[in-house]
Design a protein around this ligand. Structure first.
Ligand code: FES
Ligand code: FES
Length: 163
């Protein structure tokens, strides 16, 4: 029996019919075309599917679409400004080469933003621990951690507006 779900995604209100078993990541990718949110495992291991739900990072393969009814969801597509200016975290990943194939990157970026929201001045160890739910098969993490630390410095100088 289809369920009607209404949520706000990247600032736009949307309503879709979903199955009870439909995952949030499936709603985002298959019904809304937001394929920047990746699926690397669908068993809550890799973090490629991380989005923000009501401002907190969530592995969208672990949440039912129906559970997101009424929620405010932000995906990687919603981060850049309308004129294309990258979010400071995206800019830091670009500048510090925090990606190779890019598969893990959307989830890394979303998790890293949430990490800095809770700890605006992390140590390298805290960044590594904060991102331990996100797996990268390419980079060895070094440049990802550099990017997050650099973004923390940039955001201390110019704090982000709340989502
Ligand atoms: Fe969600 Fe891997 S696809 S954690
Ligand atoms: Fe390839 Fe992370 S850049 S998986």
């Amino acid at each position: 029996m289809p369920i009607s779900v209404t949520l706000t995604v990247n600032g736009s209100r949307v309503t879709r019919e979903v199955e009870g078993r439909t995952l949030l990541v499936q709603l985002l990718r298959d019904q809304l075309g937001l394929t920047g949110t990746h699926i690397g495992c669908d068993t809550s291991q890799c973090g490629a599917c991380v989005v923000h739900v009501n401002g907190a990072s969530v592995k969208s393969c672990t949440m039912l679409a129906a559970q997101a009814d009424g929620a405010d969801v932000m995906t990687i597509e919603g981060l850049a400004a309308p004129d294309g200016t990258l979010h400071p975290m995206q800019e830091a990943f670009r500048h510090y080469h925090g990606l190779q194939c890019g598969f893990c990157t959307p989830g890394m970026v979303m998790s890293a933003i949430d990490l800095l929201k809770h700890n605006p001045d992390p140590t390298e160890k805290e960044v590594r621990e904060g991102l331990e739910g996100n797996i990268c098969r390419c980079t060895g993490y070094h440049n990802i951690v550099r990017a997050v630390l650099a973004c923390a410095d940039a955001m201390k100088a110019q704090p982000l507006a709340a989502e």
